[in-house]
Design a protein around this ligand. Structure first.
Ligand code: SF4
Ligand code: SF4
Length: 160
C-alpha cells in the first residue's frame, strides 16, 4: 500500500485504470499519481486537455479517458515518473507500456531489457519497441516495451 511501503496496491490502482471499452480503442494514459502534492505540469502538457485538477494544484490529476489519445506527451513532463501509456491493441496476447526513463545508458529499439514490477522485482525479459528522447524532453526518455498482455498493469519499470 502506498502509505505503508510506497508501492501502489491493486485496490489503489483500480480507480485510475481505463475502463475495458476505452482499452479496446488503443493507447491510453494511466496516471498513477495518488497523493495530494503541489504539482501540475501534466495538465499543461496535454494537448487535448484530458488532464484536469478540479481543486487546484494540490489536487490529484483526473484523466478523461475518452479525451486522451495516448500520445504520451505528458509522460516526460511528470517529475514523479507517475504517468504511463498502455496499448492493449498492440498485438495478439501482447501489449505495450510506455514510461519515463532517466538513467544511462538509454536503451535502444529492439534491445532486450529486464521488466520490473512496482517493487523493483524482475518480471522477465522484454523487448524495447520505441525510444523517444529529443532535446525537448530534457534527458527524460520515453521508452516503450512490449509485454505480455496480462502483465500490462504489473510492469512499471525496466533495467537495462
Ligand atoms: S497521453 Fe497525450 S492525450 Fe493522454 S493525457 Fe497524456 S498528453 Fe494527454
Ligand atoms: S506531473 Fe506527475 S507528479 Fe505532478 S501532478 Fe501530474 S501526474 Fe502527478
Amino acid at each position: 500500500m502506498l502509505k505503508n511501503d510506497g508501492i501502489i496496491a491493486p485496490e489503489e490502482l483500480a480507480p485510475v485504470l481505463p475502463p475495458p471499452a476505452r482499452l479496446e480503442k488503443g493507447p491510453v494514459a494511466i496516471i498513477e499519481c495518488l497523493q495530494d502534492i503541489p504539482c501540475d505540469p501534466c495538465v499543461s502538457a496535454c494537448p487535448t486537455r484530458a488532464i484536469k485538477m478540479k481543486e487546484g494544484i494540490t489536487d490529484k490529476p483526473q484523466l478523461d479517458f475518452d479525451a486522451c489519445t495516448g500520445c504520451g506527451l505528458c509522460i516526460p513532463k511528470c517529475p514523479g515518473l507517475a504517468i504511463f501509456v498502455i496499448n492493449m491493441k498492440h498485438a495478439a496476447g501482447k501489449a505495450t507500456v510506455s514510461m519515463s526513463y532517466e538513467l544511462l545508458p538509454v536503451p535502444e529499439k529492439d534491445q532486450e531489457v529486464t521488466a520490473l514490477d512496482r517493487a523493483g522485482k524482475a518480471v522477465g525479459k522484454v523487448r524495447v519497441v520505441r525510444v523517444i528522447n529529443p532535446p525537448a524532453y530534457d534527458r527524460t526518455a520515453v521508452v516503450t516495451i512490449e509485454v505480455p498482455a496480462d502483465q500490462v498493469n504489473n510492469i512499471r519499470a525496466i533495467r537495462v
